[in-house]
Design a protein around this ligand. Structure first.
Ligand SMILES: Nc1nc2c(ncn2[C@@H]2O[C@H](COP(=O)(O)OP(=O)(O)OP(=O)(O)O)[C@@H](O)[C@H]2O)c(=O)[nH]1
Ligand SMILES: [Mg+2]
Length: 274
């Protein structure tokens, strides 16, 4: 059994279950294009690759329109941390229309952060930005701008570690899935697990969501203006991303091999938590 969790958080539709399945190289968890939330109960599966073992959790999103559902979602999120306090937490943000970060995603992050105190250290929060509506040939400095904006919106003084994923257009394209898996795996290997203690409850009330989203929107609008005078910082950051992409290109080939050889552990069936 794996002692270390891989807790994938984010809102409904952020593609959490899809990402978990890509890592597992199997359609283990249900993922659907749906106007309502798909995952409602926390479940997990163990996986080992390259000597690293994790319990990958499939967890509901947090934000929903009604309070009763939010309360249920909170409980499902607690379960994952109770079962595997030592975890790597990946928070999935979507690059929404026009490439802007979704206000709702920041609201969800802050609410969960209020319970688990992700803190400021770059080691604690690992972020996946899943490009939703964006073309692969987006603006050259998009990654840097987005990472810097996110750092600001999440109120971190240290840079956060971000993995940018491209959307796969054809879900039957196994090669594209292999590439995505390798990209995720090489990012994951660099993420150190942290012991998460619950300091309080996840703080989110349905009636406050609209106001919270508006506050984030205003912050994002304001910061967009500041970015104009941050060109040098953006260029530097983009260089870092470009360098990283170059060095991970070989890793992608490496992980393709490692993961295809790896075996899901005996206890690798889906475990539901009641
Ligand atoms: N074509 C394509 N579809 C994707 C991609 N990533 C995710 N999807 C689809 O997006 C939809 C939503 O993803 P899910 O993984 O179900 O989202 P979730 O975050 O688990 O959502 P909840 O379970 O409601 O919390 C699913 O239909 C996925 O198959 C991609 O790269 N390409
Ligand atoms: Mg899901």
């Amino acid at each position: 059994m794996s002692e270390c969790g891989l807790i994938i958080l984010g809102n409904s539709g952020a593609e959490k279950s899809f990402i978990a399945n890509i890592l597992l190289n199997e359609e283990s968890f249900v993922h659907e294009c749906s106007s309502t939330s798909v995952t409602h109960e926390t479940e997990y599966r163990d996986i080992c690759f390259d000597g690293h073992c994790y319990s990958i959790f499939n967890i509901p999103g947090l934000v929903e329109a009604d309070q009763a559902r939010i309360e249920l979602n909170k409980q499902e999120i607690y379960k994952a941390f109770q079962l595997r306090p030592l975890s790597v937490v990946l928070f999935v943000f979507n690059g929404g229309a026009g490439g802007r970060l979704k206000d709702e995603d920041i609201v969800a992050y802050e609410a969960i952060n209020s319970a688990y105190n992700f803190g400021d250290a770059s080691m604690v929060t690992y972020v996946i930005i899943d490009y939703d509506a964006l073309p692969a040939n987006r603006k050259a400095d998009y990654d840097a701008r987005t990472a810097i904006t996110l750092q600001k919106l999440l109120n971190k003084t240290h840079p956060i570690r971000v993995c940018f994923l491209n959307r796969i257009n054809d879900l039957s394209d196994d090669n594209a899935k292999d590439k995505l898996r390798a990209q995720l795996a090489s990012f994951l290997i660099q993420c150190s697990p942290h012991n998460y203690e619950k300091h309080g409850d996840i703080s989110l009330r349905a009636e406050d969501i609209r106001m919270l989203k508006q506050a984030i929107k205003e912050m994002q609008d304001q910061f967009e203006k500041q970015l104009v005078v941050m060109q040098r910082q953006i260029e530097q950051k983009q260089q870092e991303f470009d360098e990283y992409k170059k060095t991970t290109r070989e890793d992608i080939e490496f992980y393709k091999g490692v993961i295809s050889r790896s075996e899901i552990s005996e206890s690798g069936r889906i475990c539901s938590i009641s």
